[in-house]
Design a protein around this ligand. Sequence first.
Ligand code: ADE
Ligand code: ZN
Length: 332
Amino acid sequence: MPLPKAELHLHIEGTLEPELAFALAARNSVALPYADTEELRKAYSFSDLQSFLDLYYALMAVLRTEQDFADLADAYLARAAEQGVRHAEIFFDPQAHTARGVPLGVVVDGLTRALAHSEERYGISTQLIMCFLRDESADSALETFEAARPYFDRISGIGLDSAEVGNPPAKFREVYRRAAEAGLRRVAHAGEEGPASYITEALDVLGVERIDHGLRCLEDGQVVARLVREQIPLTLCPLSNVRLRCVDTLADHPLREMLDAGLLVTVNSDDPAYFGGYVEDNFRAVRQALALDQETLRRLAANSFRASFIDDRRRAELLAEVERHTFEPVED
Ligand code: ADE
Ligand code: ZN
């Protein structure tokens, strides 16, 4: 069994595997500009975040019905269970669907239909986090937030994703204020391609409790010192960072340096269908590339539960599972 862990940075749309994309395209009579899954996979070569986002949004064309969203989420949960995931906080991008004429209710109903049987079927507790596209307007985020009010009993929090540079956190001050007022949790992508100052802005202006990525904090010692002092979790995504060229190779990934600095870092998969692996694949890849020992892997898994929004009882249970875990001998 893989190490038990929480997945805290996972875009459900980024779990759309080529096989499911083609199956849904056929079911919904949507034409894809690729002959087959093999040709589609060849397009998974990215030069930066935007080059990935272009394909990520284009492929969403196949997601149309409640059943499509339920199938997508169920396929993810089945994979996550094999990867040792015991709790998942799952992002979705409502504007990417409503802009195509898919109603918000179809998206939320489909996703939550799959999540409803997750504990029983897979042993995975789940929460949903609604992300706003930061390259869309602040008004569009506000409109989406208000449209989502009827679903707040099924949505734990809000996040901020898409093209980071030039779209600073402060643009979304009002929607984060309303989210706090509504009792929702708050996270945001910051310091993936954007500067360390975006991390500070997300904390100070948006009041976020967790930073997604946060890699570029290392460019500012004062930002690192604050993140350590306040133990703000960072949801790192190592395979994503390589594929989107935030780091050159996995061996160059600063994960170990970040742990050594006392940062509360976690390992996650971001968009696993596009970046070559799910969360245990990310764990395995960094273990190998950075020669991480069992104690460090255990610390990363414990961090994932510490950084999650689960209640204290389940957190204690899951931390105890990490303590009890015995590692299987590795073959490589
Ligand atoms: N949306 C999906 N994956 C993303 C990422 N890595 N950064 C920003 N927005 C995203
Ligand atoms: Zn992300």
